[in-house]
Ligand binder design. Structure first.
Ligand SMILES: [Cu+2]
Length: 295
């Protein structure tokens, strides 16, 4: 009887803990409420199955407990029971998987007006690159990484000269504009994760992964690395600040472009960087694709 009681208490305790626990998701700050809905569907299905299976076990332990003279009936096949179990299991697994497929399809279908922002991970910090006045990110490669070019922006690519670099500092994004994040790692596996955005993705050295989202409320959010990436992994924090458009512009105006950051090393060169490439941060702010009014 003690076992029956323990099994029932496990179910009651788990359900109460789920509903009364103070730990729940942080309030969402992106368009990905689909992901929350999918997780809630999974909670319901797995919760119901968990309670049903454990309560059934408790029932069996009680109903078929040892009694003198009782013999168990041997029943190797029960077609009716097996069909029911198969149908219910198939329905449960389908209900667990199908919502995720719809969400995934949206997750990787980037809106055409999304602005690309590059996130670069390295042991153990986050850096970012935003397109400059041309609205395009220049190419980049880990082979171009040097002490003066820590993100490996291709030095000769004209599209990269006006890119805004945010090295090991806070990223700001404007509210309400879709963002496509391009994820690069220049050393080991990392994973860009902002819990309030609900989205996360592995970053793999040698390839560029991506997802998109639209920030839906202003605030300061922590970036976590969700992939064990070495000794400093727990300390690999970053900050994303979602601003009003005005605050975002003010911040963008203070940032430096790749050409500006490369300038001291190239001061001896007569032809680099060009006057165009030396556009000031403010100039970048005035022309950035991010600043266009929402369509
Ligand atoms: Cu990491």
């Amino acid at each position: 009887m003690a076992v029956v009681l323990v099994l029932v208490l496990i179910v009651v305790g788990s359900v109460l803990f789920h509903f009364l626990s103070p730990w729940w998701w942080t309030p969402i700050a992106s368009n990905w409420d689909y992901i929350d809905h999918t997780i809630i569907i999974s909670f319901w299905i797995t919760g119901i199955v968990f309670a049903a299976v454990v309560l059934f076990m408790a029932y069996c332990v009680f109903r078929f407990r040892h009694r003198e003279g009782n013999r168990a009936a041997y029943e190797p096949e029960n077609k009716r029971l097996e069909s029911w179990l198969m149908i219910v299991t198939a329905a449960g697994v389908t209900a667990l998987l199908v919502p995720g497929l719809f969400v995934w399809s949206r997750f990787v279908t980037v809106p055409s007006d999304a602005t690309e922002v590059e996130v670069v991970a390295q042991q153990w910090q986050w850096s970012f690159r935003l397109p400059g006045k041309d609205g395009k990110l220049g190419t980049s490669d880990t082979r171009d990484v040097t002490a003066d070019n820590p993100l490996g922006v291709a030095p000769k690519d004209p599209n990269g000269q006006d890119d805004v670099l945010v090295e090991a500092a806070d990223l700001h994004l404007p509210i309400g504009k879709p963002i496509k994040v391009l994820l690069r790692s220049i050393d080991v596996l990392h994973d860009f994760y902002v819990p309030e955005f609900r989205a996360k993705m592995d970053m793999i050295p040698g390839s560029v992964t991506y997802f998109w989202f639209t920030p839906t409320r202003t605030g300061t959010f922590q970036v976590l690395c969700a992939e064990l990436c070495g000794q400093g992994h727990p300390l690999m924090h970053g900050v994303v600040v979602v601003d009003t458009e005005q605050d975002y512009l003010a911040w963008l105006g203070q940032q430096q472009t790749f050409a500006q950051l490369s300038a001291p090393q190239q001061s001896g060169s007569a032809n680099q960087p060009s006057g165009k490439a030396m556009a000031s941060g403010l100039d970048v702010a005035a022309n950035s694709k991010l600043l266009r009014p929402a369509q």
